[in-house]
Design a protein around this ligand. Structure first.
Ligand code: RIB
Ligand code: CA
Length: 321
């Protein structure tokens, strides 16, 4: 039986590859894609998500969600600064290099759809947030009973080692730390965090991107070009690496085969909310040995990933269509 998945995204090139994998894998039943602000403003991330499903010529519903972090109205500079969009545009380019979307998002708001879908389910849905957790936090606040309906949440976010948007914070958690705090403290029975430590260890190389393009499928061409473009942009900006992470795609591979994640620790997990502070949005785990790390909430946290397996999974799934 394919696993039922809801993907919450902020595309973003790596989000786009995650959508492709979830949509194309025969072992995933992708119920829909909810979209949030994040890599770009919502008015860009929604059409970007639509570009991906149109490119695949699939009929996957896309829902428009939260345009702003929970507290941006009182702390706009900190929670939703303009410079972030300029920075990401510099890194990623101005669009996804996919044709403009012709389809439309669903009428229903993403948060309403999340609640309705989870409440109507048999408790067998895997929730995969790969952007800021604003939609998920709003859904939990509106209908706390959805928490018991989530079979498992596997999310891309957080960092144990260095952050990417501040010395200690990862972008998704940093962009809406209040939302992440609400979600991680809600009592979801099984939570797996896929932090930067894991996604960076599963980087993809230029020649592997080319091999995806050479598969001759829409999935392979689309994902290969998206990943290649990101590596090329990094080179233009001075990076010596001929490789790059596709963060969000690793979450989908973990849904399909948890052994793609390595050095997985069961640990307390929380988020620091400290607006204006250097540690705002930092994820805190407790990797001390022994019994004293018994605090809650807890999660499985992966410190690395099996790079070869990840690339193999990408290749197998994207070869399908
Ligand atoms: O820090 C990496 C994460 O931030 C990825 O999900 C990327 O798409 C951005 O949202
Ligand atoms: Ca993302």
């Amino acid at each position: 039986m394919p696993r039922k998945v809801i993907l919450d995204v902020d595309p973003g090139r790596d989000d786009a590859v995650a959508i492709m994998l979830a949509a194309l894998s025969p072992d995933i039943d992708l119920l829909g894609v909810s979209v949030t602000h994040g890599n770009r403003p919502l008015d860009v991330t929604v059409p970007n998500a639509l570009r991906v499903v149109d490119w695949l010529q699939l009929d996957i519903p896309v829902y428009r969600g939260a345009a702003d972090p929970l507290l941006s109205f009182i702390d706009h500079e900190r929670r939703d600064p303009e410079w972030i969009y300029d920075l990401i545009e510099t890194i990623e380019g101005s669009d996804l290099d996919l044709p403009a979307a012709t389809s439309q998002p669903q009428e229903q708001h993403a948060v309403g759809w999340l609640i309705e879908t989870l409440m109507a389910s048999a408790g067998d849905i895997v929730l995969c947030p790969v952007g800021p957790m604003t939609n998920i936090a709003l859904a939990i606040r509106m209908e706390p009973r959805i928490v018991g309906k989530i079979e498992e949440m596997i999310f891309m976010g957080g960092a144990i080692g260095p952050g990417n948007i501040s010395p200690c914070a990862e972008f998704n958690v940093w962009k809406d730390p209040e939302a992440a705090r609400i979600v991680l403290n809600a009592g979801i029975k099984k939570v797996t965090m896929v932090p930067l430590d894991a996604t960076h260890s599963a980087h993809i190389k230029r020649d592997e991107c080319q091999a995806l393009i050479d598969l001759g499928t829409r999935g392979g061409e689309g994902a290969g070009k998206l990943a290649m473009r990101r590596i090329a942009r990094g080179t233009e900006l001075g990076s010596k690496l001929q490789a790059g992470p596709i963060h969000d795609a690793l979450v989908i591979c973990a849904v399909l085969d948890p052994s793609v994640l390595q050095q997985v620790h069961h640990t307390p997990l929380d988020v620091i909310v400290n607006p204006g502070g250097k540690d705002d949005g930092q994820t805190v785990v407790d990797l001390r040995p022994g019994d004293w790390a018994k605090a809650t909430p807890t999660a499985q946290v992966a410190l690395s990933a099996d790079r070869e397996k990840f690339v193999r999974m990408l290749t197998e799934i994207l070869a399908l269509a």
